[in-house]
Design a protein around this ligand. Sequence first.
Ligand code: ATP
Ligand code: MG
Length: 567
Amino acid sequence: MADNDTRRAGANEDEASLDFIREIVAADHEAGTHRAIVTRFPPEPNGYLHIGHAKSICLNFGIAEEFGGRCHLRFDDTNPTKEEQRYIDAIEEDVRWLGFSWGKHLYHASDYFAQLHEWAVHLIRAGKAYVDDLSADEIREYRGTLTEPGRPSPYRERSIEENLDLFARMRAGEFPDGARVLRAKIDMASGNINMRDPVIYRILHARHPRTGDAWCIYPTYDFAHGQSDAIEGVTHSICTLEFEDHRPLYDWFVENLPVPSRPHQYEFARLNLTFTMLSKRFLLRLVNEGRVRGWDDPRMPTLSGIRRRGFPPEALRAFANMIGVAKRDSVVDYAMLEHCVRDVLNLECERRMAVLRPLRVVLTNYPEGQVEEFEAINNPEHPDAGSRRVPFSRVLYIEREDFMEDPPKKFFRLAPGREVRLRYAYLVTCQEVVKDEHGEVVELRCTYDPATRGGSAPDGRSPKATLHWVSAAHAVPAEVRLYDHLFTRPDPGAEGDLLDDLNPSSETVLSECQVEPSLADLAAGTRLQFERLGYFCVDPDGRPGRPVFSRTCTLRDTWAKVRARGK
Ligand code: ATP
Ligand code: MG
């Protein structure tokens, strides 16, 4: 069973098999239905993009690349009350960061406001749209339910002249917000509620980031989307499943308006990830309530968050490939995303030594004032990455976790009387444990074996453990932030309020870390592996002489394990 699941999830690793969307595109491409394949990514600039959007971006831009077509970036900016320029800027940055380019094809639904308005008038003239004076609540009530047909609004049979006049006065700003709407006149008895005379224009006396005060009526998403696709010559308008029921409406507009091309909408399953909530509205709430450091908090599933966390864009593209595109909703294991991240980081990252919870070690037989330098390999996966010199001296720090006074059977690291290897340096033996007045271990007094320089003993003895370390006199103090899932359960919100499932210990700040000197002044965004601890990314919160690192992920690959178990 597990094997099947894994294979399904990894179906696209085999490039020969196409997902159902690509199959459709390939067939149209072969049949020569279109001069070129044109897709679009249509974010609403009301928040930052998240990993779910990355799936859509990879799909839309990926298809355009694969079929020699093009993909437009179009801002779906039809609701000026929620949209902001900073979101537009961030979205552009995120798409570029993922490695895609829209070339000169940057568009906005607002570019088409004049055309859309003209088409609304066209519908009125054709007797296919009317101005309704019912309130939003009344419209909802008249619309009926899944089991009951809707009732016609008392204003449904207004004359074309009256509708033209009222719509012109809506446009001229004569009425307050919500006083009237323009509705398409389709079918109040339709089995599809979206077809029961949907609202296509609403009054909103709001300044628009791009069109300013030019308009006080704005088209709805449904009235803007397909027409925008048609204006731009989009051939395949790919969106998520929640728009499936809107497709008849999408088609109705392009069939009833003199649009310049005939686009088609296709729906795929949105990405859901365990332990993660992918909804701009909810993420906005986390930011507004101060539950995270901001949109780019490394725990956030936003692209800006995971970028700051150290996820490389190649990993997201590989992830999008691996999960494929399906017609049915499913939930992807977060471990699979981390697996893709580790795959890239393992090849790319230089290795360094950092001690997160330092324990002081004094080598009692090492000469005072002496400093040696050891050659440390930067990346065993990449000989070209070369090596660096790491200073070693009499006083060192090791990881507190690497010592136990009274070790259980399977603990092979340092303990009283035991010998371990210090990576690249010497074998050392713990001779004495120093404690403070509370009985806490504050220092280990060890001896080193000068004959083991470089880490191997002439007599062939080889300790079971190799520890990372830093030289106290040379180390740089640093802050390291460790992360856990933002939520405590894989299905946040499944049994109550989402906020109740927030993980109170999703972030651990370690402020007394000691790292090797080469980590002092790296550019924010630099990705590294700290030996034995995981992958880390230099955080922009750092100051000169006091860097801050975010842990991207640990070294353990739980997804590889899950997969191995299935085999
Ligand atoms: P949210 O629900 O997070 O607010 P949205 O759908 O409202 O997202 P849009 O800006 O409208 O956000 O989305 C732009 C595109 O991204 C749409 O085509 C949408 O279908 C797609 N998209 C949004 N969320 C996901 C997801 N989880 N998986 C795949 N595609 C998604
Ligand atoms: Mg949306």
